[in-house]
Design a protein around this ligand. Structure first.
Ligand SMILES: Nc1ncnc2c1ncn2[C@@H]1O[C@H](COP(=O)(O)OP(=O)(O)OP(=O)(O)O)[C@@H](O)[C@H]1O
Ligand SMILES: [Mg+2]
Length: 249
């Protein structure tokens, strides 16, 4: 479980991105963050592994402690997989080599210059298998489609053998069919492994289909936090009231 306790983020240019946010994220729960552009979704996600360090409050991880301690942060990051909108893959490297990057957190910097042990290679291949890409293991990722590249990104996060997955708009650049396939795959893996997932999305219909819990943000504050069945038009209007590009259910 991850606890955000009275978190605030004010960036150097004085932009207030999050205000007094207190939330708990459970293992095994698939949480979707919704909100218009600039609402604070990425900032909130990045606070969960201190890629953005909150300027107020603290982040506590059950069984570890608060992330201000560098040793605790390192152990927490090792067990927290991150999936990005633009995949952040190395295009000329094979899918397998990219997935092996997920294993680096388990090795010293020096060791990572050498080929990783067989055990790591097997974990990486298993991760590729789970996203249906074992047959592309030796293909450079620049030769894969956008959806396949995102699956490599997911496999890299899985190779970390995480407890939590954080995904920032993982399907933003994909067509609706591929988006459904990716989210269904991701959710199934989370259920099988009992992983907690926090996923930001711009599509309300996908949030309703896959979220166990939806958190709606606007202007850095939480406006909604409940089961998707409780998300009515009225709440959606409040969440997206400042957005000209509101997507409807
Ligand atoms: N590094 C930064 N420095 C200054 N301000 C920032 C920085 N990153 C984000 N912001 C600002 O913080 C606020 C929240 O941004 P954030 O990226 O968390 O929103 P978001 O909900 O993820 O938006 P989007 O849907 O466009 O990705 C915005 O006003 C944004 O301009
Ligand atoms: Mg964002």
């Amino acid at each position: 479980m991850i606890f955000l306790e009275n978190i605030g983020v004010t960036y150097k240019d004085r932009t207030v991105a999050l205000q007094d946010v207190s939330l708990q994220f459970l293992s095994g729960e698939f949480t979707v963050l919704l909100g218009s552009s600039g609402a604070g979704k990425s900032t909130l996600l990045r606070c969960l592994n201190f890629l953005t360090i909150p300027t107020k409050g603290q982040v506590r991880v059950e069984g570890l402690g608060t992330l201000n301690d560098p040793k605790i942060l390192r152990r927490h990051r090792q067990k927290t997989g991150m999936i990005f909108q633009q995949h952040q893959l190395i295009p000329r490297q094979t899918a397998l080599k990219n997935v092996l990057i997920g294993r680096l957190a388990y090795h010293s910097t020096l060791r990572s210059f050498l080929p990783l042990p067989k055990k790591d290679q097997i974990i990486a291949l298993e991760a590729l298998d789970r996203v249906g890409l074992l047959n592309k293991a030796l293909t450079p990722v620049k030769q894969l489609s956008g959806g396949q590249q995102q699956r490599v990104g997911i496999a890299r996060a899985l190779a970390q053998q995480p407890r939590f997955l954080l995904a920032d708009e993982p399907v933003a650049s994909l067509d609706p069919g591929s988006s459904h396939k990716i989210l269904a795959n991701l959710k199934k893996i989370c259920q099988e492994d009992g992983l907690g997932a926090v996923v930001s999305l711009h599509q309300v219909d996908l949030a309703l289909d896959y979220g166990d819990r939806i958190i709606g943000l606007a202007n850095g504050s939480i406006l909604f936090d409940s089961h998707p069945s409780n998300l009515q038009t009225e709440q959606l209007e409040r969440i997206y009231q400042h957005s000209p590009s509101m997507k409807t259910v």
